[in-house]
Design a protein around this ligand. Sequence first.
Ligand SMILES: [Zn+2]
Length: 417
Amino acid sequence: MQVKTILNRVQKFKSFVYTGVRWAGGGDTPELEVGVAERANGRARCSGCGGPGPGYDRLAARRFEFVPLWGIPVFLVYAPRRVECPRCGVRVEAMPWASGKSHLTQAYAWFLARWARRLSWKEVAQVFRTSWDSVFRAVEMAVEWGRAHQDLGGVQAIGIDEIAWKKGHRYLTLVYQIDPHCKRLLWVGENRRVRTLLKFFRWFGAQRSGELRYICSDMWKPYLKVIAKKAGQAVHVLDRFHIMAHLGKALDEVRAQEARTLKAKGYEPVLTKTRWLLLKRPENLTQKQEIKLADLLQYNLRSVRAYLLKEEFQFFWSYLSPYWAGWFLDQWCTRTMRSKIEPMKKVARMLRAHRALLLNWFRAKGQFSSGVVEGFNTKAKLTSRKSFGFRTYHGAEIALYHVLGALPEPESTHRFC
Ligand SMILES: [Zn+2]
């Protein structure tokens, strides 16, 4: 069987034929070149508008990288015609295997893009002996196609989150769909300002925004403001993940401060290496850590008191009625305000100020999957940390959409991977 026969089976083009296959490249790095020619009566079509046009001239042969075979790079070789299009002027003809001006065939670009979901971009480039840039272009193409073809109907619940990038101090705002039947990243924006979220709502459209029923977010002021203005009909829920993160941060601050004070006063270092002990949920501790925690809890330290306040707050989420949850919240805030532990008091003040939105958690219970924002947050951080070598916002955006966007792909007769 000839390679041509295989190609005709997996990737056949209507108006073009494969003419032959030959070796190319040097002795150590062999390549396969597959000749492509137009069918005898096949007319060239304009790449601008897709319409037919009279032939103008023919350009020099170009190579388009195809899916490798047995580890050997494969190229389609074709000399494109130019047409004199009545609408667009002189244009290169449309080639069904090519995507734009890229030197990658569409089949290969989708191949690389699919692998880039499983491996880092660098690894994909290494494994398939192509450049990082080619992998990036492939993923970019896949994301652009997917975003243009995705269905945005029926979105009822969204979660808004932010992640730090470029070593902190700079943020990306991420908007997820968190409906039980569909969870995906919908939108990425630079910064976390009022303007950032306004951009999301502009992209999402007034009608779809008006159909939202639940919005889950952190207490970040610019978000609260924009959500009230753009989707006032939706139940706005302050989500558990972000609130517990605020408490964790406050506790961490108390611990670090106290550890410094104790050290300065020359006390035994009871607080060293206790950071994860206090931040982890008790059920996730190892046996050794459990013993150390029990030991630590005997001291009347500010860190211990802050830890107990944080753990106590977990009860809040187990209430069923908003009324009793509100009662618990008020009790907890009063106790915390008396604790004289400033970082914890700061959180209590914040929770008091957002009491109504906090209690929405109980009104929305079971209507959307609340843990999903936390899950996405972890994956988004991992994606941006794996970093794929990108330093630009555009690179981060493309990577996040590719991994978390659940974007559609075109139907093709053969899947190369
Ligand atoms: Zn045209």
